[in-house]
Design a protein around this ligand. Sequence first.
Ligand code: FAD
Ligand code: THG
Length: 826
Amino acid sequence: MPKIPKIPTIPKNPKIVVIGAGIVGTSLADELTERGCTDVTVVDRGPMFATGGSTSHAPGLVFQTNASKTMTAFARYTVEKFNSLEHPGGWTFNQVGGLEVATTPERWADLHRKAGWAQSWGIEGRLLDPAECVALHPLIERDRILGGFHTPHDGLAKALRAAEAQARRAEARGATLRPHTEVLGILEHGGRVIGVHTADGVIDADIVVCAAGFWGAQLARQVGLVLPLVPMAHQYARTGQLAELVGRNSEYAEAGLPILRHQDRDLYFREHGDRLGIGSYSHKPMPVDMSTLLADTADEAMPSMLPFTEEDFAPAWKSAVELLPALGESKIEEAFNGVFSFTPDGHSIMGEHRELSGFWVAEAVWVTHSAGVAKAAAEWIVDGTPSIDVHECDLYRFEDVARSPKFIAQTSSQAFVEVYDIIHPHQHRSALRGLRTSPFHARQVQAGAFFYEGGGWERPAWYDANAALMQRLAGEGLRLPVRDEWAARFWSPISVAEAHWTRTRVAMYDMTPLTRYEVAGPGALTFLQQLTTNNVDKSIGSVTYTLLLDERGGIRSDLTVARLARDVFQVGANSPLDFDWLTRHQPADVVLRDITGGTCCVGLWGPAARDVAAPLCPDDLSDRAFRYFRAIRTHLDAIPVTMMRLSYVGELGWEIYTGAEYGAALWDLLAAAGQDHGIIPAGRIAFNSLRVEKGYRSWGSDMTAEHTPSAAGLDFAVRMDKAVDFVGKSALSAAQPPSSMLRSIVFDDPDAAVLGSEPVFVAGGCAGYVTSAGHSPTLGRTIAYAWLPVAVRIGDVVTVDYRGTTHTAVVAAEPVVDPAMTRIKR
Ligand code: FAD
Ligand code: THG
């Protein structure tokens, strides 16, 4: 059997050129050389190490806690590493701790949420009352604050020393440092990078890593790569001497007070000896025009320092003085508008160019995450797979819709505005909406849909037209949960009625945004067999649930594979990352097409689904004729459709696919045929609750590449005995049993709500975290998935901290609903 084309392997000790000697490039040189890749050349257009890039004047505040587990892990590694670096000039990390204060009840509540993240991701921290905050940071005006969140292991990075220390260590292992060497072009041959062109000539390379900071987008564009980052100016100012600080800090230490955030006013603070540094995000976004940047900064020593715009700082200064009255005696002595990268989602950008082997990027990285990103990038380059899940930072996570200059500019500006805002997990962008709509959109608007946005798609969360069901179901004994104000945002109890209605009657769900591909050609079967864990070599009409693993055995995605003809498969996938992964492995005899656009899908589910569809269909839809996990091409009335008998909500019914041009007719047909059966349209919230109670995982939140199938409870989708070796199989064979597992937990309080990432405690200690949750209409309780140690047993009681409120929950046997599959197979 032919082997799948492996992602090209690199020579044993490849020649690597790293463009940029900022904190990212130097950290990368260190990580690469540590892994035995010693033929590394770091080039920078500037001097080393005050190159003039963002690193040269980053004040170096490192707050580790982030909504993202991965970003937090990157930060934690950076702290660990910088704490151990040695530089003749002095410290590289000053662990003064971090303090975030709240001046509004909303922020105070949000700090509880953040304290939860810290526990979930293993960062030490404690919520403090105002007096405790002032004890830690005596400059704070006690009466201004409601409390604070203190993280003793956060602190200040001395970014330039850290860069130099890492670069020198790399140099000692054989790396070459070339300051004053500007890369003018990337050289390629036959789809591979072969070097870089500089003013001083060519440097040969097997691998080129673009770590050029906010210049990276320009460089990448030369090789046809869109990097969604926007250079943005951000104000940083230093006061004159403050009497309160005189004598507090030695010249060596620079700072002793915790780094401080006043996020209600978009400000942060650190000490510089007896002065204070103030960073402000309170001004309007100031995207930088790269074409005039050099001219704009011609008088500056640093091309990433723009002249200070005092008027933009005025409100920040006022707010700063309110929080720290000692500032009133002082004034700003030095200030600038410094430039660094913002991305649409605030995450970094890393990965290898798909069309140019050997061209890698490590971009839009804060000092905070720099060593963590560099480590993961080095593992990726050297070993082929990073040891931690990096999908949130993957270069190929962006949908086409998100790659226009307009989208990138808008969303990155918005990311700047919101950098310190309290962001609800279901808060969706308001600009650039309506870009991708299913053919059902007009009907959904008519039915009063409240739309979420995902991948550019408008996705109904619930329909106001279903409001009347609430009363009706209340009459049948359905109890609607009462949510707290935070959990009730972007949510409606109508969704509970929709979910219940699906379990008792029938509903139609817009599944159009479900990513789907056609995989066709003589090599299609072998290709899918070699990339996925389950056996997809089954009869025409079979549908298989299967996993994509990486080489380390981590779950890259979960898919459904429908065999529509001998050599034609339809794959139901999760994100653009799946398309990227398939494309990278695609052999010449396979055609891969993303057919999401141009087609549409309705999920028709509920006990009455067959009664709705059967009269419309020339084929026999009985359980005997059309079995679970089978697919057919047929017609509903006059509309050509592909029907797949499967259901992410765990009910009888089908996913019904057709061309986009038939979409509106299909919707109307089902709505009319379902009228006598009480059919309703139902939204994402109901959809999610139903799949959680049914035990189905959502890739990206419940499990990621960090987890193996057995840990995620998905061993049933892995055929170790399959004739074909699949990617990740050998890693699974060698894998240790997992130490934690994904479990279902059911909350005692029917009104308890959790939204994800909350810490879970067993016997008083934090043991894991919530991934996703919903209100189970069947149990009348909130139900969630949580990663918990394997020792935790079914029936054990756990507690969950939700923004400072403790909820109790019980570990439940899975699936909580319909373990016998009697609902779905009837
Ligand atoms: P850079 O440091 O910009 O390095 C990129 C290098 O690439 C540059 O040296 C440049 O000369 C070189 N280069 C570019 N193009 C070429 C080319 N064609 N050929 C050769 N060389 C090239 N982060 C935090 O974590 N905490 C903070 O408190 C913080 N505060 C900040 C405050 C300010 C005012 C600013 C401006 C940034 C702040 N940041 C902070 C962000 C942080 O500084 C940056 O995200 C980080 O330094 C980026 O590192 P880098 O190595 O990617 O980029
Ligand atoms: N529909 C289709 N494709 C998809 C999804 C979908 N691909 C991506 C994502 N969703 C995959 N997730 C799941 C999760 C569970 C199931 C289907 C897709 C499912 N599981 C059965 C179970 O666990 O009992 C399958 C059992 C079996 O292997 O037979 O149905 O929503 N098209």
